[in-house]
Design a protein around this ligand. Sequence first.
Ligand code: NDP
Length: 342
Amino acid sequence: KTIFVSGATGFIALYVVNDLLQSGYKVIGSVRSQDKADRLSKQFKYNQNLSFVIVPDIAKAGAFDEAFEKFGKEISAVIHTASPFHFSTTEYEKDLLIPAVNGTKGILESIKKYAATFVERVVVTSSYAAICDFASDSDKTNTFTEESWNMVTWEEAKGDALTAYCGSKTFAEKEAWDFLESNKDTVSFKLTTINPVFVLGPQLFDENVSSQLNTSCEHVNNIVHSTPESKLDEVLFGGYIDVRDVSKAHQLAFERENLAGQRLILSEGRFTLQDIADTINADFPELRGKIVVGKPGSSKEKLSSIAKLDNSKTKALLGFKFKTFREAVDDTTAQILKMEKK
Ligand code: NDP
């Protein structure tokens, strides 16, 4: 069977590609340039089951047409991970909202045009950001589940980078469910969305560790490179999940019948930056005295004052145990230190 993975260069997608290859699937990955394809081919040791298509910009209409015209008949499942995840822009609509929405709409349109009867399953990497907004997540009286939706409007999403990113994930996921509803007589695929909280964990390839990591792992990287004088952002909190579990869920999402039609919230618990600092200080004696300490143990109080996240439905559906916060933070930190030879 052949699986199409968009955004194959991404932090999460690299694990997905790797797991699929190890399970014996053929993988077609979309990347933005030939250079990126060449680098990945080499990293995956020229695996014969891995090939690439070049899709320079998912925001462009028809971006995936060529790929599906050529290979659509071979593809049985599509995993759409490509979407901008950074806050380094002031053009929120152009750089965050539009690529996310057009990318999702575009890949589904291409499936409809060229592979409507061949693609059986589609998995879209959405986000916990499509489940709730930050204000509601700070309200202790709320409980979020797989039924919840972020109520952000397009207008609000144009206001700042963080809201724009959350909006981009919300509108892109809505696009996917709406597309399926309007085209259910034409396409044969079933849809599953994966809605992860902050994804932590090591990079698949050690050599991909650079001074700046992907947006979610950068929180760990910042603390590893902090000083005793650094301040922890006390406002930031979130859920955590290990990238290796996120990858596993993407694969099960198209393999298992019981996951069709579901939104899966991937979260193993909640954390603050203080928890990252506490874990690193406890487990890496070589960093003690060199990095921020904050107020050890103070995160409990913060976490008891925020909304609850109930993803028991997802956990029951998936049926495997997620990695712990400690494993995720320690493995991320150990890899950074190894590559910096600290
Ligand atoms: P990365 O930034 O590592 O991956 C993003 C991928 O999308 C890259 O392959 C990138 O290509 C591609 N991409 C972005 N914009 C475009 C564009 N305009 N045209 C073509 N390709 C594009 O992040 P992650 O691996 O963390 O994220 C993957 C997915 O998971 C995203 O959909 C993200 O929203 C979602 N997610 C991530 C979470 C996390 O904590 N990491 C949490 C919840 C959801 P390139 O490398 O060439 O720029």
